[in-house]
Design a protein around this ligand. Structure first.
Ligand code: GTP
Ligand code: MG
Length: 249
């Protein structure tokens, strides 16, 4: 985690009584941040995992993941305003004070600000498709008993997390140095977790990411001069579809 972010996270954890870690319901394990959870654990504060973007996951998958996670967690869709009551109840159960402060933390673009708006019932925290939108800490009063603290997304330092940032739509295509290579890795990840869904969506089956993009390029007539598959364009297509939430996991 970058130093500046670490300071903000520590400050939010310090200020809050309860922490909501917002993760992506499409890939809950990958979108949990171990450093963040360590800081929360050390602080002795309570942690509730909120799996957002449940609208991008099928019901069967939600059920499966619930069993796998094993920690206190709630599925919501801030976009569809689903899960508000469950989330309020879960926060209520953890609250043991008259006025409770809840810090909302997690990776960029996971929907922290959207969840705050959902709980508030009207737009109060600004939401954006651009990652890194929320700057600094922001206090939002929800009721006489509840104050939420919005925070900027945690950007990891490690380079291998670029794929995760792409999958969270926290890094856009224009800023990728190697679109083809990233596309191959994203395709590989999706082939591992949802080969059937990819097959249904694109009509393409493959053993690995490279083969997948090759076949996708041929299928969609994305060809180079001479007729060989244009992997870069296939990568652009896959990442764009995924980032726009067209592929439901
Ligand atoms: N499909 C879907 N999209 C969502 C959902 N919640 C948020 N989004 C979208 O995800 C993007 C990021 O939402 P924000 O609420 O700004 O996310 P954030 O975590 O506050 O982002 P930063 O402040 O940049 O870290 C926006 O384009 C939202 O419309 C959801 O439940 N489903
Ligand atoms: Mg935000």
């Amino acid at each position: 985690m970058k130093k500046g972010f670490l300071q903000i996270v520590k400050k939010v954890v310090d200020e809050a009584d309860i922490l909501l870690e917002i993760i992506d319901a499409r890939f809950p394990t990958k979108s949990r941040n171990a450093d963040l959870e360590r800081i929360i654990k050390l602080s002795g504060k309570k942690l509730l995992l909120v799996l957002n973007k449940a609208d991008l996951v099928s019901i069967e998958n939600v059920k499966k993941q619930k069993e796998l996670i094993g920690v206190k967690s709630v599925f919501v869709s801030a976009k569809k305003k689903q899960g508000t009551i469950k989330l309020r109840e879960a926060i209520g159960k953890l609250s043991d004070k008259n006025e409770v402060k809840v810090g909302v933390v997690g990776y960029p673009n996971t929907g922290k600000s959207s969840i705050i708006n959902m709980l508030k019932g009207k737009k109060s925290s600004r939401v954006a498709a651009i990652a890194g939108f929320t700057k600094g800490m922001q206090y939002v009063r929800i009721s006489t008993k509840l104050i939420l603290i919005d925070s900027p997304g945690i950007i990891p330092l490690e380079e291998q997390d670029e794929i995760l940032m792409v999958m969270l739509s926290a890094k856009n295509i224009q800023s990728l140095e190697d679109l083809e290579g990233t596309g191959i890795e994203v395709a590989g990840e999706l082939l591992k977790s949802i080969p059937e869904k990819l097959k249904n969506f694109y009509g393409v089956e493959a053993q690995n990411g490279e083969e997948f993009l090759e076949k996708l390029a041929l299928k969609r007539k994305k060809l180079l001069k001479g007729g060989s598959p244009n992997i870069t364009e296939a990568a652009r297509l896959l990442i764009t579809d995924f980032q726009r939430g067209k592929i439901v996991l």
